[in-house]
Design a protein around this ligand. Structure first.
Ligand code: UTP
Length: 292
């Protein structure tokens, strides 16, 4: 029997984005554009490609622009139509009525707490989570990260996280898995630890911003205290579910850019600009010139 389909995705977007100040004083980090699309658009497109219908944004103060982005801008569209401009560029911002939902995280108490804020909308269904500041780009002709995860989920069910390997000295900034058996891109997860010291890290496979979780995680989060950094950590809640339900990691076949950091953001911008048929050649020439 195939597992329950993944119809809902939670996008925690209530963080303060302090690493990008002053840019993020007024503009949410998730609306910063990589070339000409805000980060949140890449994540929502990836969700749609994976067959997800309902987008649940966990927002905070100053973040309502994210919901506006997926609304119809009537005056803009009318003016553009009158001027004979092409509206197709806005197509990806149109949500199916009722499929964008926002809940509020009043105080940014951590990622785990942000997810828990969506519990009433998620209900009793498995769901996906996207951290939009991690930009996952499919290989040319390949599929996105969440689609790869949903395909794996259809085989093994339970909980899945996407992972990637980093140099060992970097693990203390991330959630790290204790890996079990590996079969192709799928690895059994035996344990999870948030931001471990390098000499205590069980591997160099880090959790990378995409999850498929069973609804029971909400009940675990409900009773969870603060973890690393004084925040309610999603990693700690997931760690408690290992052994109770199937838990696997999927190594994404594609590229991942950490757009929560400035260098990662610039890297993503360059990589996407270079890959675009409409500007790649120009950007390459400019980059080579700058490097002279
Ligand atoms: P980050 O750790 O990147 O934090 O959160 P941040 O606030 O976005 O950015 P910095 O570190 O201050 O620059 C990871 C994800 O979890 C969300 C963020 O919005 C981001 O998508 N988050 C984090 C919340 O929604 N609420 C929280 O309380 C914490």
């Amino acid at each position: 029997m195939s597992p329950k389909p993944i119809r809902k995705a939670v996008f925690p977007v209530a963080g303060l984005g302090t690493r990008f100040l002053p840019a993020t004083k007024v503009v949410p980090k998730e609306l910063l554009p990589v070339v000409d699309r805000p980060l949140i658009q890449y994540a929502v497109d990836e969700a749609r490609e994976a067959g997800i219908e309902q987008m649940i944004f966990v927002t905070g103060r100053g973040k309502t622009g994210i919901v506006e982005h997926f609304d119809i801008a009537f005056e803009l569209e009318q003016t553009m139509s009158e001027r004979g401009k092409d509206l197709s560029v806005l197509e990806c911002t149109r949500a199916t009525p009722g499929d964008v939902i926002a809940v509020r995280q009043q105080v940014p108490l951590g990622l785990g707490h942000a997810i828990w804020c969506a519990r009433a909308i998620v209900g009793d269904e498995p769901f996906a989570i996207f951290l939009p500041d991690e930009l996952m780009v499919a290989r040319e002709g390949g599929t996105g990260c969440m689609k790869q995860m949903v395909e794996a989920y259809n085989d093994v069910g339970g909980n899945l996280i996407s992972v990637l390997e980093v140099p060992m000295e970097q693990v203390s900034s991330y959630g790290v898995i204790d890996p079990g058996k590996t079969d192709g891109a799928l690895t059994e997860v035996l344990g999870l630890v948030e931001k471990p010291p390098v000499d205590e890290a069980p591997s160099n496979k880090i959790v990378s911003g995409r999850y498929i979780l069973q609804p029971e995680v909400m009940r675990v989060l409900e009773n969870q205290g603060k973890g690393a950094g004084g925040e309610i950590q999603l990693t700690d809640a997931m760690a408690k579910m290992i052994g109770q339900q199937p838990f696997h990691a999927v190594t994404f076949d594609g590229a991942r850019y950490d757009c929560g950091s400035k260098v990662g953001f610039v890297e993503a911008t360059l990589a996407i600009a270079l890959s675009r048929p409409d500007m790649g050649a120009d950007v390459r020439a400019i980059a080579l010139d700058l490097l002279k």
